[in-house]
Design a protein around this ligand. Structure first.
Ligand code: 3EB
Length: 338
């Protein structure tokens, strides 16, 4: 990878660099020229979840080579620079039910990707209302899992080993929303040795398993690679641990992140520092903010970039006993190992 070649075919030419910025913005400010991203707190199409900290609004921006115009297909809005693609599939699930809406959103998203130069998913962020609600005989998260997995299988996408990194959170209301980031090259899927792979969860967690890997490692051009760590909670093996204890759940989530980081660092051939992670912490109960923040900041270092950059959102986690979930990504130099 460090050896430059003058005779590579066009298909092997390295992509332009992908950049990320977590921007704090005042309400009404124009979004920066990004491929796309996620507004929280306030801003155009912000998540239907309270931003507990920091105050104001945050835009998580994915930035390519040049500003790109927004295009549409079905329920998907997206923009691409030819090397990277960011999009949002958004669909009101009230008329059709959530399983059909998830199936439709993912089917549209896969049609968009199949027609692009960058068909490989790097990361997915799933948001849906009332995630733990029992509706029509099953929990809405399970309905979502059924529709999502069916769309992956029909599109001949990896629904098990090699599934993309993801998260799935419950919003206070609103349509199903799936944010996605894709590139030209497939990332390397990474699992957590402390946890059963989510796509192998036993069926007591639902007839169709969740479709995600614990993390993904991707070359993002410019001599850097990105580690995308999926939503990570207090699950060991496949069991929820520390029910009712938000402090212990936060500590266990951080142990899971440490385990994923360790595997990823071996694969990446470089160190991945905890204090350099860009994290989003989802809390079921706003009142837990102080405890979760204290545990998080003492783990990452109160003066670290991770503590400074972290955002805390109120959201429901996909198992009713879970009180906290942490997702993260990190950027590191490309390793010595090709
Ligand atoms: C878990 O580990 C917690 O359904 O896409 C984390 C990350 C979770 C992604 C998803 C769910 C998802 O099972 C929940």
């Amino acid at each position: 990878m460090s050896v430059a070649s003058s005779s590579t075919s066009h298909a092997l030419v390295a992509p332009g660099p992908l950049h990320f910025r977590r921007l704090r913005l005042v309400q009404g400010a124009a979004p920066p020229p990004a491929l796309g991203g996620r507004w929280v707190g306030a801003g155009e199409g912000a998540l239907h979840a309270a931003l507990l900290a920091p105050e104001g609004a945050v835009f998580d921006a994915w930035i390519g080579r040049a500003p790109a115009e927004e295009r549409r297909h079905g329920c998907v809005r997206y923009a691409t620079d030819g090397d990277w693609l960011h999009g949002i599939a958004e669909l009101d699930d009230r008329a059709t039910g959530l399983q059909a809406a998830a199936h439709r959103a993912y089917t549209d998203l896969f049609v968009v990707l199949a027609a692009q130069r960058c068909p490989n998913l790097l990361r997915l962020w799933n948001y849906l209302a009332d995630i733990n609600l029992e509706a029509g005989g099953s929990e809405r998260y399970r309905q979502f899992n059924a529709g999502r997995q069916q769309a992956f299988v029909e599109a001949r996408r990896s629904a098990f080993e090699g599934a993309p990194a993801a998260c799935a959170l419950g919003m206070r209301d609103g349509a199903l929303r799936v944010y996605f980031l894709a590139g030209r090259r497939p990332p390397l899927a990474i699992e957590n040795p402390r946890q059963v792979s989510a796509y192998r969860y036993p069926d007591r967690y639902g007839p169709r398993s969740p479709t995600f890997s614990r993390a993904a490692l991707a070359d993002i051009g410019g001599g850097r690679q990105a580690l995308f760590i999926s939503g990570t909670a207090s699950i060991v093996g496949h069991a929820t641990v520390h029910a009712g204890d938000v402090r212990r759940q936060t500590e266990e989530s951080l142990r899971n992140i440490a385990a994923v980081r360790q595997v990823a660092a071996e694969r990446a051939g470089v160190e991945i520092l905890l204090g350099e992670l860009i994290c989003t912490v989802y809390l079921r109960r706003a009142a837990d903010l102080a405890v979760v923040r204290e545990v998080f900041e003492s783990a990452v270092g109160a003066d670290s970039p991770a503590a400074r950059e972290c955002i805390y959102l109120q959201a429901d986690i996909c198992r009713a006993e879970l009180l906290v979930e942490i997702e993260a990504h990190a950027f590191v130099p490309s390793g010595a190992v090709a």
